[in-house]
Design a protein around this ligand. Structure first.
Ligand code: PLP
Length: 385
């Protein structure tokens, strides 16, 4: 099945797209092509489509790229060594000195750090805006704006941005809309079909799904942009190894069933937290009280597995909860089968302290795993005391 075969359902494409039985051996599962180089027919004799060197291309990675492209409904998929490497490739392929981008006010801390601390040295300018406010985004756009960079749901406050509306603003300014689709995954939301130009992923999270591999990906329908991204990746070298590509490929096969369970458990946890006296506020787009609920319901299949909340008694009380949970492991990252808890202010988002992206001190972020949801609720109740 090629990546463009869209007559099959999501679950079918996750298991078959790019994953024909191995042409030489018939191996049903794509092998780990653990090789750096490939024999050539003669000097300069490689045929179009053949492999030469694994920085440029590797068959296990190709399978992953076709699988990802199929799931996002994209013509092209490129796998990277990490989500940040994927984001960096998009930023450096599109932006030139003097260019400007608009970035959400609760963007992933690492994305903000890359733009603020690294790309700014090359004359890239940015404006931070509340992406749930379309007028604010329109006001942030300048003649030099080339990108609007969006995460929805966002990290860690689960803000929701209206993808078609943002695409409208970006395109009216001759800019591209990039959506970091890490939190939603293509199972819950397909931004290219909603008008976005580029999708980036940290495949480290839900796509890999088992907290055992770091990776990233870029998806687009634009042929020329794909060539630029491919050139930069080959030139700069931020490629995933064959085993990492294989682990991600394997993880994605079960994405649909995992996401359903993540969503079931997250809904259950969000409702329990919303009713708890020690909880000041719950951020989950599935709750009708969430300001982005209606937009999320329009563009997402369900509401995802991430839940954040504020402790009513302040930062120390929040830190105590994070130290007391038994099943929720205190750790950064998200999207794995196991539940995690973290304090964004001191952990994942420490790098945005003092900036416009600063997060509340009493905030805790949960990555809801696929354990028995009753156990998860009980663990939080006990930790909240
Ligand atoms: C983790 C994450 C990234 C960065 O990905 P890495 O694989 O850690 O490099 C980017 N965006 C979001 C939303 C993330 O959660």
């Amino acid at each position: 099945m090629t990546s463009e075969t869209s007559r099959f359902g999501f679950e079918t494409r996750a298991i078959h797209a790019g994953q024909e039985p191995d042409p030489r051996t018939g191996a049903v599962i794509v092998p780990i092509y653990q090789t750096s180089t490939y024999a050539q027919d003669g000097v300069g004799g490689t045929r179009e489509g053949d492999y030469e060197y694994s920085r440029t291309a590797n068959p296990t990675r190709t399978a992953l790229e076709q699988q990802l492209a199929s799931l996002e409904g994209a013509r092209h998929g490129l796998a990277f060594a990490s989500g940040m490497a994927a984001s960096d490739a998009v930023l450096r392929s599109v932006l030139r000195p003097g260019d400007h981008l608009v970035l959400g006010n609760d963007a992933y801390g690492g994305t903000f750090r890359l733009i603020d601390k690294v790309l700014s040295n090359w004359g890239i300018q940015y404006t931070v805006a509340d992406l749930s406010d379309i007028d604010a985004v329109r006001a942030a756009v300048r003649p030099e704006t080339k990108l609007v960079w969006c995460e929805t749901p966002s990290n860690p406050l689960l803000g929701i941005a209206d993808i078609p509306a943002l695409a409208g603003v970006a395109h009216a300014a001759n800019a591209r809309l990039v959506v970091d689709n890490t939190f939603a995954t293509p199972y819950l939301q397909t931004p290219l079909e909603l008008g976005a130009d580029v999708v980036v992923h940290s495949t480290t999270k839900y796509l890999g799904g088992h907290s055992d591999v770091v990776g990233g990906a870029v998806l687009t329908n634009e042929d020329e942009l794909r060539e630029q991204l491919f050139f930069l990746r080959n030139g700069a070298g931020a490629v995933p190894g064959a085993f990492d590509a294989w682990l991600t490929l394997r993880g994605i096969k079960t994405l649909a069933v995992r996401m359903e369970r993540h969503c079931d458990n997250a809904e259950r946890v969000a409702e329990a937290l919303a009713a708890h006296p020690k909880v000041a506020e719950v951020y989950y787009p599935g709750l009708e009280t969430h300001p982005g609920h209606e937009v999320a319901a329009k563009q997402m299949r369900r509401f995802g597995g991430m839940v954040s909340f504020r402790h009513a008694d302040g930062e120390q009380a929040a830190l105590d909860v994070a130290a007391r949970t038994e099943l929720f492991i205190l750790a950064e990252s998200l999207g794995g089968i196991e539940s995690l808890i973290e304090h964004p202010g001191r952990m994942t988002h420490a790098s945005v302290a003092g900036s416009m992206l600063q997060v509340p001190e009493d905030l805790l972020r949960l990555s809801i795993g696929i354990e028995d949801g009753r156990d998860l609720v009980e663990d939080l109740r006990t930790a909240l005391g």
